[in-house]
Design a protein around this ligand. Sequence first.
Ligand code: ZN
Length: 456
Amino acid sequence: MKQLFARHALLPQGWARNVLIAWDGAGTLTEVHANADGAPDVGYVLPGMVNLHSHAFQRALGGLTERAGSTLDNSADSFWTWRDLMYRFAATITPEQVEAIAAQLFVECLRYGYTALCEFHYLQRDPQGEWYGHLAGMAERIAAAAAASGIGLTLLPVLYSHAGFGAQALRPEQRRFHTSVRDVHDIVAALEPLRSSQLEVGAAPHSLRAASVEQMRELVDGLPAGRPLHLHIAEQQAEVDQCLAFCGQRPVDYLLSQLAIDARWCLVHATHLSGAESARLAASGAVAGLCPTTEANLGDGLFPLAPYIAAGGAFGIGSDSHVSHSPVEELRWLEYGQRLARQRRNVAATAATPDVAEFLWQGALRGGAQAAGRPVGALAVGKRADLLVLDDAHVNLDGIDAADVLGRFLFSGNDNLVRDVLAGGQWVVRNGVHINQDSIAHRYKLALHQLREVSR
Ligand code: ZN
């Protein structure tokens, strides 16, 4: 039995004092007991955050796509021109490099407070479009990287069959992504032996552009019950326009009218929603997977958060293209985007939870856990032992009330206040340093060096 005694811990119902937290050898919480007797080991403890949307290989591109195109016409650079750069990068990358990049990403995510991550995995084939030995080869690289880092993983092999609405043929640069429904079922089956308390396997139709609703039905019908399902939707206005031209409906309306979308589903981005779509999405029980730093970086647009919150919609956060690895930055920009657009303050709050930081952290925990399909996101018996010990010696946290901790954490400065991280019952970060940080960084630098050589 292992345990930690926190002077203050954030429980599902709010902050509690003198909390004894214990977990078993399998990394499951066996006791969470407030108002316990004894001397606390640490000051402030939070549940670890869930990163519900990741394309791990894109970590290596972060910061390298920030120059205006040759025309210097600010209408020329868009999500779509970024996507061409990303495709070029994805064209040569090897399985070893994917594993090295993913491990580096997962270490960074852990150090900043994510203890679980959902990998939306579409880089499946080799550069010629052939399979690596067996279909799950690339997915197993992601699982190996997660195991090396200690982060909990929800692995989502992607259904990617078409280049656009109406079953358009894939472009040559998309051949590494190509899967049929049968392929995804086979990958899910091949990953079955890897499932554990730290790893779940779901599936992800890439988008309405890359998979038809008929395929999505077939995909869901052939999956084991209860597995998480994710897809990209309505990220770009062009996608909305193409969907309207294709079927006369907006993407979320079309999806909800064609498939039984429920709490198993995570709709990633869902940026461009009508008022009616926002209400329908909230009522469906699905999670809106919001990726504010990527959506800002790619010029996607702003998710209509206020009406969605008012309708009781579930949400979580993801780092998607990994221009940030910090849940603080993701949640800060989720709120700041709304403030800028609406010219008011404190948008992500309700009468029941007026504290913006608490509303965001607790809401993203609930939605993230739902999207991950794993028992995470709360300090409660039976959940995974995933927690963060904050640096209570930092000037921002010194001597403050527990009620102010999340506000300081999310909205004050850029120091990383995450000191220690427990993931699946293992201390993977101590005093800000990951246990395998140096060896994983070494392999990452080697992979990047190789990729630079190829692109010269
Ligand atoms: Zn994505």
